[in-house]
Design a protein around this ligand. Structure first.
Ligand code: ATP
Length: 907
């Protein structure tokens, strides 16, 4: 066999008859490849993955760390000091810049790595035929020659030549940029046909938006069309979010402010006849001091920590801005089945021949019996023709499989369908039935139709089995069967009444019907089953609510987050579940549930009102989901919306946070989502919201720590020069030392702050909330005032009491170190004291403070460091005074938090 992948262009597979293609790959359309050949092929062709084009290399990424307006100012300042031959200042400035770049680089690399790892963990499944058996495999395991099956919602795993197709539509925008779906068929085409027109081919990375099909793989991995053109299949997103963008803009404002301060200080210094070189250095020192250079790195770190914390709680972030938006979520629109409930279906009741039948047993185990409810007698399939057909329809109109793993039954495929196999098996049906009624065609289940149908041979004639939502199927039925199996007119009202009663108890009810078709009917169309069906029974299943959801719903309510259940299921079933998990509380029965068909009657204006009023939306189509999410958004809501199907993609894109299901979700839904849940669980969305709030909190805490302290550093320099003090209390190189060490050892540690208790008892963060609010400016004023006063008083005090100039400066520098450390403890929460947070709940804070003090001791007492920085060891009494000042900082901010809390409680 030659290397087909690389010769694909010359081969023009679209112009070759399918049998020749199969021959070429030594494959068989019915039985697929032999399992024994797979490893050889895998070795020959490699894994079916695209080689990731390397993003920016480490060197480029390192240099990009300097690409920041705040750092430009620092670098220019560094060169000026170099030019002025101020070696100490120069080396400290470049030290600041370099250390920041290194920290930023390391953290960014870590963040990128974890994002990459997350993207890789999101594997795609493919369904192939091997050794005559259909199996689900990881798409990376697909090899050329494999026979691949696909249905709507799948991402095509490799380049494929079609063998058969059914109403197949593919979105090829990943390849051609054309966003409208393309219809596919199996007709052979001339070799000159261009890629976009090759209707008998499917290409890797494109999406199946409708229908189903089967084909033979002709190229995998980098040999696929997308592999050839892909410059960058980037898994990692840029580390950029609305907040980082807002902060970047704010930095520009800050630079102007700081430069103005520097120029004015320089001017005043010259006016006071200070030497111009000294003033120049002072101005540079001031600028460098006031610039919060740790800010970009701290934001990146906090976001990255948030992403990994969310991943641990089963929410994978696909688009980084979602981390922040999650914190502001005001409404979560959730599916019911599988998200709020377990999606572990068990048929517990049936209704045929006017009789209720109870089905015993739990889960997917075949242990259980069918009993007539009225007299508890055990019955079998022979009980009546209706019962037999109802169970047969459930068994055959079915794509799921029950598999046995370690002695325990589990379902492969849709759990609703799995439950129907189990109920059949309890009545002793088995796979002989599948041979008895060979399947000719299938209309797969699509939520917009709410039914599924299959066509089978039935000894001379054909028979179509249909199953689906009660409202749908009962409208398609004209007959039912009497005890003897004769057709009689269908009594729709009775059946609907029984089904509603079952639904009120939270059961998910499916309706079953059949119709005979003549033997020439080899394909099933929607028209064939639109009317004239014969009703054979109902099967009702339980799908228990997920126990953890009840707690999560409570959390949402206390966090001011509204929950909307948006489901394809019946209104009564949905309401019963909603009541059980606390989404609707008894008191307002008028607004329990509204259905999709009712929604149809409302215009967008009215829909706004309805969307707010109701909590349960049943029998909703994906299009209505989109309308609902819009209606909620125009009223200022930040909406998270779950989805799994192909048709959910627009709603997932429209929502502020599109949430796709990792287990049951289609690839199409996952591609459109901002976040994917690995356990499909509603509680994981709530966990992610909680983490999102924490990320926002921590970024805010860092900003509220760094900006006031940086400003205080700048202002201290300014004041010293304004007051025309005979000696500067802090030298430029010293202020640079303060700046570098505090940003690194103190501020960064706030990124690790765990989420505060009660984080889900606050209202959602308003999306336009200002970070630089009243509290911020208040803190800025207070911290600057205390630190600057402290520096001026203690510096002069030391000089007046016999200290050397170097010692007095050592004290002045230590004022910053002590005050900033104490203020860091204040910043661990905006409202709580560190005692109520738990003194050691963020051990990094203490580690940071410890390192800070250890280095400060070296700075003061160890030569040659202290000579380099022109300082000297200070007395114990000086430390005493410093700590009193530090305590004042802690007490003042602590008291203002306390008063703030009282005021907030009162209002
Ligand atoms: P949710 O939207 O909360 O996930 P759901 O699974 O009930 O709930 P859909 O998948 O849209 O929503 O299903 C809608 C209805 O279609 C169901 O209530 C059921 O009556 C019917 N149905 C569901 N699955 C199948 C299936 N595999 N075959 C036939 N009918 C089905």
């Amino acid at each position: 066999m030659e290397n087909h992948g690389t010769n694909q262009e010359q081969k023009f597979w679209h112009s070759i008859e399918i049998n020749d293609v199969l021959k070429e790959f030594n494959s068989n359309a019915h039985t697929g490849l032999k399992e024994s050949e797979i490893s050889e092929r895998q070795q020959k062709y490699g894994k079916n993955i695209l080689t990731q084009k390397k993003g920016d290399g480490p060197i480029k990424r390192f240099f990009l760390q300097f690409h920041n307006s705040l750092l430009y100012v620092l670098i220019i300042s560094g060169f000026i000091t170099l030019f002025l031959k101020q070696w100490a200042d120069c080396s400290v400035i470049f030290g600041v810049v370099l250390v920041n770049a290194i920290v930023g680089f390391i953290q960014e690399s870590k963040a990128l790595k974890s994002l990459e790892a997350l993207a890789k963990s999101m594997t795609t499944q493919a369904v192939v035929m091997r050794d005559g058996k259909r199996m689900h495999i990881d798409s990376s395991e697909v090899v050329p020659g494999d026979i691949l099956f696909f249905v709507s919602g799948d991402k095509v795993a490799a380049d494929i030549k079609l063998i058969s197709s059914r109403e197949l539509q593919i979105n090829e925008s990943a390849l051609t940029g054309e966003s409208l779906p393309v219809e596919k068929n199996i007709n052979t085409l001339p070799s000159s046909t261009v890629l976009a027109d090759r209707k008998n081919m499917l290409y890797a990375s494109t999406l199946v938006t409708y229908g189903s099909g089967k084909g033979v793989v002709i190229a995998t991995g980098d040999n696929t069309e997308v592999g050839k053109i892909s410059q960058l299949i980037s898994s990692a997103d840029v580390l950029d979010t609305p907040l980082t963008q807002r902060m970047a803009k704010f930095s520009i404002f800050l630079i102007y402010l700081i430069l103005t301060m520097a120029v004015v200080t320089f001017g005043v210094g010259i006016y006071h006849n200070q030497g111009w070189v000294l003033m120049f250095l002072a101005a540079i020192g001031l600028s460098v001091a006031a610039i919060p250079e740790g800010l970009p790195a701290a934001m990146t770190i906090t976001l990255a920590i948030g992403v990994s914390r969310m991943a641990k709680r089963k929410a994978i972030i696909r688009k980084l801005p979602a981390v922040e938006t999650l914190g502001s979520t005001t409404v979560i629109c959730s599916d019911k089945t599988g998200t709020l409930t377990e999606n572990q279906m068990t048929v517990v009741e049936m209704f045929t021949d006017g009789k209720t039948i109870e089905v015993s047993g739990t889960g997917y185990s075949f242990d259980g019996q069918l009993k007539l409810k009225e007299n508890n007698t055990i019955i079998g399939i022979e009980y009546s023709k209706s019962l037999k057909l109802c169970l047969t329809a459930g068994y055959l109109c079915n794509d799921a499989k029950i598999i046995n793993i370690d002695g325990k039954n589990d379902v492969q495929g849709d759990p609703t369908e799995g439950a129907l196999i189990v109920s059949g098996a309890k009545a002793k049906l088995n796979d002989e039935l599948v041979e008895q009624y060979p399947k000719l065609d299938t209309i797969p289940f699509e939520s917009q139709y709410q039914y599924m149908a299959t066509l089978h041979e039935n000894g001379g004639t054909n028979i179509a089995f249909v199953k689906g939502a009660v409202e749908k199927i009962t409208n398609m039925c004209s007959y039912m069967l009497d005890k003897q199996g004769n057709k009689i007119p269908f009594d729709k009202d009775e059946i609907v009444k029984v089904a509603n009663e079952m639904a009120t108890r939270g059961l998910r009810v499916l309706c079953f019907a059949y119709t005979d078709l003549d033997e020439n009917h080899k394909q099933l169309r929607h028209e064939d089953i639109a009317t004239g069906l014969t009703f054979v029974g109902l099967q009702a299943m339980i799908d228990p609510a997920r126990p953890e959801v009840i707690e999560a719903v409570k959390k949402c309510h206390s966090a001011g987050i509204k929950i909307k259940m948006i489901t394809g299921d019946h209104a009564l079933t949905a309401s019963a579940i909603a009541k059980a998990i606390g989404i609707i509380k008894g008191e307002n029965p008028d607004y329990t549930a509204i259905t999709g068909s009712q929604l149809e009657q409302y215009d967008d204006e009215k829909l706004k009102e309805i969307a707010v009023k109701y909590s349960v939306f049943a029998r909703v189509t994906p299009e209505q989901k989109l309308r609902l999410v819009r209606a909620l958004q125009v009223q200022g809501n930040i909406a998270a919306m779950t989805g799994d199907g192909v048709n959910d993609a627009p709603a997932l894109k429209q929502a502020n946070i599109g949430v796709a299901m990792g287990i049951t979700g289609t690839e199409v839904a996952k591609e459109s989502a901002d976040m994917v849940l690995t356990d499909d669980n509603f509680a994981s969305i709530v966990a992610a919201v909680e983490e999102g709030r924490c990320v926002f909190d921590n970024i805010r805490k860092f900003i509220i720590w760094t900006l006031p302290t940086n400003m205080a550093q700048g202002i201290a320099m300014m004041v010293a020069i304004f007051l025309n003090m005979p000696e500067l209390p802090i030298l430029p190189k010293q202020i640079l030392w303060i700046n570098m060490s505090t940003a690194l050892f103190l501020g960064m540690m706030l990124s690790f702050e765990p989420k505060e208790e009660g984080i889900m008892e606050r209202e959602p963060i308003s999306s336009d909330m200002k970070i630089m609010d009243g509290v911020f400016w208040y803190r800025l004023a207070i911290i600057s005032a205390i630190i600057v006063t402290g520096v001026v008083i203690l510096f002069n005090y030391e000089l007046a009491h016999g200290a050397t100039l170097a010692q007095a400066r050592g004290v002045a520098v230590s004022v910053f170190i002590v005050c900033q450390s104490m203020y860091l403890l204040n910043c661990r929460s905006m409202t709580k004291s560190m005692f109520s947070l738990g003194l050691f709940s963020n051990p990094y804070i203490w580690l940071g403070i410890f390192i800070m003090f250890a280095t400060q001791l070296i700075f003061l007492y160890v030569s040659p460091v202290n000579t380099f920085f022109s300082t000297e060891g200070i007395s114990l009494a000086s430390w005493g005074r410093l700590f009193i000042l530090g305590f004042i900082v802690y007490a003042v901010i602590g008291t203002s938090k306390f008063i703030g809390n009282i005021v907030r409680k009162k209002s």
